[in-house]
Design a binder for this molecule. Structure first.
Ligand code: GDP
Ligand code: MN
Length: 416
């Protein structure tokens, strides 16, 4: 789960990281009030869960409360990379002299939490890593010891920081690492960590991504979830305990089991199709859950065909079939559907689906081919049977018979 910039920065502040003064506004009037209270030049920033807001025009400076109100008016409602801006932050504007990148991530290959820094901050760090990898500083952190001050100082030296900045930086790096650990984060990032006019360091932007599997330990963070920021299908899927990820293909997939779901997507690709989603309905899915899953799949307007791949182990095929029938009552559709049901209660499942207009398949290959054809609006043509294998024995030329040569007794003895 991604946190907004203002949420991330408020968490950082609890760890002693300096952030600009400011507040959050949902209307231009609120933005004006905050700017009035701050009583100086402000920066108005869109709060959407994507990077590159600056380049997209979602960050603007304002010298007066009037101007703050005007730019907030412009930014609120703006569409940035598909997300509508509903909130802006109004912060004291910083006089930025240098922009540093500072982030904490998990390096899976090294099996360590890693601190990454670069004097070439502000911009996209992936871009720096690509074009100028030598400008990236990386420090692996021992999980039992944590980030040591000497490691933070090494980073500070490499960044070219001087005097008091080194002590400030050490405190910020330690705070960021602690914030990362405490939140069960997969990323904690300050970009830019600005060197401001007076030479001090200030976290101008912040980002935290929390590991969803750790959220149950952090009800306070879980409560920060912004329902506006998710597509309604993802919210709906979460409600029903479905693992759903929307993709941009045209074949909706409903599968039980994550591994089988991935295989299904691969096979769809293999036969020239493109999956519209990843969807794992999980083991022992009830009719309710299946119906919700089908509603979610059909809500995606790109979907031209739906492929069900159910391997009934704990999941019972008849229960899945009932779910499909229920969903088809709720959401009448013309979208072609292909179903492969095998395993527990498959006969009962097929009987329930007999009246539904669905193509059936006995293998995943056949199901995928049928779904790909259906999505293209084509008739499924079964592949021609392979040509019969005719066994033609090769003529073997027999070696000419020769008379065996009698061995001499003496030779035999010598060999021994
Ligand atoms: P992002 O584009 O979504 O990463 O948003 P940032 O908060 O990182 O802002 C993008 C850029 O806007 C920064 O790299 C700065 O160059 C500029 N910026 C942001 N806040 C301020 C500020 O308070 N003062 C000044 N002068 N520039 C700022
Ligand atoms: Mn940034």
């Amino acid at each position: 789960m991604k946190l907004h910039e203002y949420q991330s920065k408020r968490i950082f502040a609890k760890y002693g990281i300096p952030i600009p003064k400011g507040d959050i506004a949902s209307t231009p009037e609120e933005a004006r009030h905050i700017a009035t209270d701050l009583g100086r030049r402000v920066v108005v920033k869109s709060q959407v869960l994507v990077g590159g807001r600056g380049k997209a025009g979602g960050i603007k400076l304002a010298s007066t409360p009037d101007e703050a109100e005007r730019v907030a008016q412009e930014i609120l409602g703006m569409n940035i990379k598909g997300l509508t801006v509903r909130k802006v932050s109004v912060d004291e504007a910083a006089e930025i002299q240098q922009e540093i990148y500072l982030g904490v991530v998990i390096d899976r290959a090294a099996r360590r939490v890693t601190m990454i820094a670069s004097a070439a901050g502000g911009m996209d760090i992936e871009e720096v890593a690509r074009t100028a990898p030598e400008k990236i500083i990386k420090v692996l952190i021992d999980p039992f010891i944590g980030l040591c001050d000497y490691q933070a100082r090494q980073i500070a030296f490499a960044l070219g920081l001087k005097g008091d900045q080194i002590r400030e930086f050490t405190a910020i790096a330690g705070g960021l690492y602690k914030a990362f650990l405490d939140a069960d984060a997969s990323l904690a990032e300050i970009n830019p960590l600005a060197v401001v006019g007076t030479g001090e360091l200030l976290a101008v932007d912040g980002k935290i991504v929390v590991d969803d599997n750790g959220l149950f330990r952090h009800p306070d963070i879980a409560a920060m979830r912004d329902a506006d920021e998710q597509t309604s299908s993802e919210t709906e899927a979460r409600k029903f305990g479905l693992s759903y990820i929307q993709l941009d293909g045209e074949i909706g997939c409903m599968v039980n089991g994550a591994g089988l779901a991935m295989t299904t997507m691969d096979i769809v690709k293999l036969f020239g199709g493109s999956p519209a989603n990843f969807l794992d309905i999980g083991g022992g899915a009830t009719a309710d859950k299946v119906a919700a899953a089908l509603r979610i799949i059909l809500a995606d307007l790109n979907v031209k065909a739906v492929l069900f791949n159910i391997f009934g182990g704990i999941t019972r095929c008849d229960e899945v079939a009932r779910g499909i029938v229920t969903a088809l009552h709720q959401v009448p559709t013309q979208t072609p559907m292909v179903v492969r049901l095998v395993g527990t209660n498959e006969e009962e499942g097929r009987a329930i689906l007999a009246n539904a207009k669905m193509q059936t398949a006995s293998t995943l290959v056949e199901a995928a081919q049928k779904a790909v054809a259906a999505a293209k609006g084509e008739e499924y043509v079964p592949p021609p049977p392979p040509p019969p294998v005719v066994y033609k024995p090769k003529k073997i030329k027999l070696a000419q018979k020769t008379k065996p040569v009698a061995r001499k007794k003496t030779a035999k003895k010598k060999a021994r």
